[in-house]
Structure formats: C-alpha cells, structure tokens
Design a protein. Sequence first.
Length: 202
Amino acid sequence: MALPARVLDTIRRRALLRRGDRVLVALSGGPDSVALLRLLGELEAGGELTVVGVAHLNHGLREAANDDEQFCRALASEVGVPFRSDLVDVRARAARLGTSLEDAGRQARYELFERVATELGADVVATGHTRDDQAETFLLRLLRGAGPRGLAGIHPRTPVPTSAPQPRVGLPAEAPQARGGLPAEAPQARVGLPAEAPQARV
C-alpha cells in the first residue's frame, strides 16, 4: 500500500479527521512535518480534506532558527498555502514563567495554533510523528513524572487548549520513506534540531 493510502487508513481507523475537514499543518521544517505536509497535500488532491495553511514557531533556540522559518515560508509558498509564524524567545519565556523550555515552547505553540486556526477557519491542527518521536516523548514525559496518560506516549488525538482539535497523524512507523521518500523535487527538510529542545521541532 502506498504511503498516502496508509496515512489515510490511519486517519480513518483512528477517526483523526473527517472528510472535508479544514486542516492547519504545524510545520517545523524537520523531516516529519515536511513529510506530513506533502502527504496531506496528496490527500487534499484526492478530495479528502483541505490544507488551509501552515503554522511555524520560531523559538529562537538555535542559530539556524531564522533559516528554519524561511525554509518553512518557502515551502508553504511552493505548495500554495498561507504561512503564519510567531517569533518567541522561548528561553526567556521559560525563565519568566519558571517552567521548562519544553513547556514554554508548548504553550507558545498552542497560542499560535489557536490564533491561526481561528483566522484561517481550521477544524483541526495536524502534527506529525514517527516511532522515533514516540520513544523520545515517552522518555521526556517519564522524566517529568507524567501520569499514566503521559506515559502512554503521543496519543493519536491529543486535546489542546484551542478551539480546534489537534490530531497527531501517525505516519506509518516502519517508514523511513515518511522522512526520505518525498518526491525528488521536494525541498530537503531542515535537520539538526537540538536534542535537548524537542519543542523546537514544531
């Protein structure tokens, strides 16, 4: 089964999206989010959904953060969807709130998603992950002392404090092609995001 068909099967089995949903894509510029945007674009061409735009958080945590934003802006332009971004000093925000970089980044992302989803009339916000991210998230939540729900890893559909639900579309986990099997003309994903800052990925 081709990758877009497998993703569509996952979406349907887990009731992540309804046919005709308007989807805002969270785009970090990393391999998972680039693959997700491409795949949802293929599903849009088949009449399954509408990609209404992409949202990117410039977290300011690494020197290449501005390059990441420009890459995402160019990719959105290439696929013909609106691009929205926020520039947030996540490190300063974490210090001001007395919280972790991860939590500060998550709060900033949710604020961005809520505002842009409302602006563009999105029904859902889609983020991507593969099995590698599942393991990373399990470890991070375990270290934070998360409860049983947190220790289950990334849930297929995770409630967020926005008016738009945020399904996490599970790219088929065995699929290096989810990261590397993009069309040859597709821009290369941004890589090298720091391991200590998972919040930088979206």
